[in-house]
Design a protein around this ligand. Structure first.
Ligand code: F0G
Length: 353
């Protein structure tokens, strides 16, 4: 079992003797080679499966740091805006530390799995008639006007914790990959990975840096379009964000690494999402599949040479959002009576039994 990112990467993190030894055994997630997709696309493709984290998303890496530092600094209450995963993670680590957690979410646009996590972990959930960007603006102001600690990724400790995923990718491969592909929502994670790769290179742990490829959902592609989107829309609710807080650092990560930020359509996301599950046995949430959708698109456009080593970050677990899955694939179980012959007939209907 993972010892947790604070213990494992202590020397790279802003830890003091007063920082609580907080962990839910986050990090140390698998890097799985995508055998079928590698063969189909002619590249060497790996999946960093962040859904293995304790609350089912990469947020736990940043949240364990942000929460430990909040408590170290004497905070009694934390707050965040969220499309779901941040709130689930904040709620879990706040519960562990015994402090109050308030989460502000866009009403009707948070996957049920995530909402149920926040509620059961004991957070106070406030649902606004508005979107994530509006929720973030509000909690930033509330935190500035009170003693409450903001634990969105504008909190620098979040980025510190999340950069450990880049360390792990390098530790697992023995070097940085050619390309690191990642979904982009509020743009904190791409910024965190780039920081992690740069620090690892400075420490002599790797000899080169990857190109950073970020992918927004087309209906929420503010960075790609170069302007804030008032009403972002996408099936990938996790990245339904129209004014990314870490916009500039994300652009710099893409530029300085020789990469880019691009967008993918909902159809491309759903196709990649299905393929990851049905061809690789990896069930991620729709937003996560944006990384693979983007790489597929770029390979098909002839922009990623064969043999290139690519790591796609799969940011969250598919179980977070089962209703989107069922709607998107429109595959329903075959209903038959409770009878062996009826079941057998259904089996035969699907090929040789
Ligand atoms: N993938 C998933 C599953 C996410 O939950 C998020 C962000 C992202 C990708 C994008 O990461 O914002 O660092 O660019 N979710 C946030 C939340 C906004 O509230 O849970 P980013």
């Amino acid at each position: 079992m993972s010892e947790g990112i604070i213990a494992r990467y202590r020397s790279y993190l802003p830890i003091t003797e007063n920082t609580p030894a907080l962990t839910l055994h986050e990090g140390d997630t698998p890097l799985i080679r995508a055998e079928q997709l590698s063969a189909t696309l002619g590249i060497d493709l790996y999946l960093k499966v962040e859904g293995f984290n304790p609350t089912g998303s990469f947020k736990d890496r940043g949240m364990v740091m942000a929460m430990a530092k909040a408590v170290e600094e004497g905070s009694q209450t934390v707050i965040c805006a969220s499309t779901g995963n941040t709130s689930a993670s904040a709620a879990a680590f706040a519960a562990r530390m015994g402090i109050r957690c308030i989460v502000v979410i866009p009403d009707g646009h948070v996957a049920l799995g995530k909402l149920s996590q926040a509620v059961v972990y004991g957070a106070e959930v406030i649902a606004i008639e508005g979107n994530f960007d509006q929720a973030l603006e509000m909690v930033r102001e509330i935190a500035a006007e009170s003693e409450i600690t903001l634990v969105n990724s504008v909190n620098p400790y979040r980025i510190e914790g999340q950069k450990t995923a880049a360390f792990e990718v390098c530790d697992q491969l023995g070097e940085a990959p050619d390309i690191l592909a990642i979904p982009v929502g509020n743009a904190g994670n791409i910024s965190a990975y780039w920081k992690g790769f740069c620090e690892y290179k400075d420490h002599g742990k790797i000899t080169r840096l990857p190109r950073m490829y970020g992918f927004e959902a087309e209906g929420a592609a503010a960075i790609v379009r170069g302007k804030r989107i008032e009403h972002p829309e996408t099936i990938a609710t996790a990245i339904r964000i129209g004014n990314p807080a870490s916009w500039e650092t994300a652009v710099l990560a893409a530029r300085d690494s020789g990469g880019f930020i691009d967008s993918v359509t909902d159809d491309e996301i759903v196709e990649a999402y299905r393929q990851l599950a049905s061809k690789e046995g990896v069930f991620c949430e729709p937003a996560s599949a944006a990384s693979v959708a983007g790489v597929k698109k770029r390979v098909q456009q002839g922009e990623i040479p064969s043999g290139t080593q690519v790591v796609c970050v799969l940011t969250g677990n598919g179980l977070k959002d089962p209703s989107t899955a069922m709607d998107a694939v429109q595959v329903k179980p075959i209903k038959v009576s409770c009878d062996k012959e009826a079941v057998f007939q259904a089996v035969r209907g699907k090929g040789e039994a």
